[in-house]
Write a new protein. Structure first.
Length: 317
């Protein structure tokens, strides 16, 4: 048994929460952003996350300060921004039909496995930043505020592993695609878990990641194939000053061709930190983040999880 599966099984014995859903993470040299608010003065344990109990501040005299909103809803749910330094980029081993324990997976372990992707930034190589924010754009609570008016310059935005895996592959992932449903078959050909370096076929399997709401999602390319409509997931960033709107900018977290009307040939699911220009917002004392898109069910409920990662905020007074 390889180390990754061993870690998952050890979690059943209650040895550690972290190994309930993911392998050990590896970090490269850390990248400093001396002119940006990086949240790195907020210290977390290695490969961990935290949902603060109340809104909190971050920054320094050299970079400026920001107030980060959070509404905690029990031990694991929140609206606004939580803190993390995790970078788990693969499907949870413990939820795979090929690697889960014969005794089954409890509701708590299932939630821990999903949360390992919710609280991880998705990057193509090991994440090189330290503490960053996980935004849950729900109930208009994902906002940053400032004591005085500032001119925001840019911010780094990325997908969480949760959003990326669901958008790129769907809840089910194998080597066999059902053309009728546009979902990978959970009993299809075994494939390597994304971003796992082992090439041993003993580590190949079928992979599974439901939403926290219990739904199984189709990848956005499959959703487009079925609906015959370009599909997009986007982050709307809106500035306010004394309650009045100052400007809005849009960042596409994922889109098939034609989804971004300004760039109709672009087809992407963001797989790294991307610098987003905030200068169109003008001078603000509040920045609100919301998730929008046409990736919706029959009741017009947005299917994509409303999570994203944020770091490297730069402001000018």
């Amino acid at each position: 048994m390889n180390i990754f599966r061993t870690l998952s099984y050890l979690s059943l014995l209650g040895l550690t929460f972290l190994t309930a859903s993911c392998k050990d993470e590896v970090k490269d040299a850390l990248v400093p952003y001396p002119e940006d608010i990086t949240f790195n003065e907020i210290i977390l344990e290695r490969f961990s996350s935290r949902i603060p109990d109340a809104p909190f501040r971050s920054g320094a005299t050299s970079t400026g300060f920001v107030q980060i909103n959070i509404q905690k809803k029990g031990a694991t749910d929140f609206s606004g921004f939580a803190l993390s330094n995790k970078n788990y980029r693969s499907y949870p081993w413990i939820l795979s039909p090929d690697f889960r324990p014969s005794t089954g997976v409890s509701a708590d372990l299932k939630r821990s496995a999903i949360d390992s992707t919710v609280f991880s930034v998705y990057t193509t190589t090991p994440n090189r930043t330290e503490t960053y924010l996980i935004g849950h754009a729900k109930d208009d609570q994902a906002f940053l505020s400032f004591d005085d008016a500032v001119a925001p310059q840019h911010v780094l935005i990325a997908n969480t592993a949760y959003t990326y895996l669901l958008a790129n592959y769907g809840s089910n992932y194998s080597g066999t695609l059902d053309p009728a449903t546009q979902q990978y078959k959970l009993d299809g050909t075994k494939v390597r878990n994304p971003n796992i370096s082992s090439t041993s076929t003993a580590d190949y399997g079928r992979w599974y990641l439901p939403t926290l709401a219990g739904k199984d999602l189709t990848r956005i390319a499959g959703y487009t194939a079925l609906s015959k409509t370009p599909t997009y997931i986007r982050l709307l960033i809106t500035g306010y000053l004394k309650g009045s709107l100052t400007g809005t900018t849009t960042f596409y977290l994922g889109t098939t061709k034609g989804g971004d009307i300004q760039n109709p040939t672009v087809e992407t699911i963001r797989s790294n930190w991307t610098k987003v220009d905030l200068q169109p917002l003008g001078r603000v004392d509040k920045i609100l983040f919301t998730i929008d898109g046409n990736y919706r069910d029959a009741e017009q409920t947005l299917l994509s999880p409303a999570y994203f990662a944020l770091d490297g905020l730069r402001i000018q007074h």
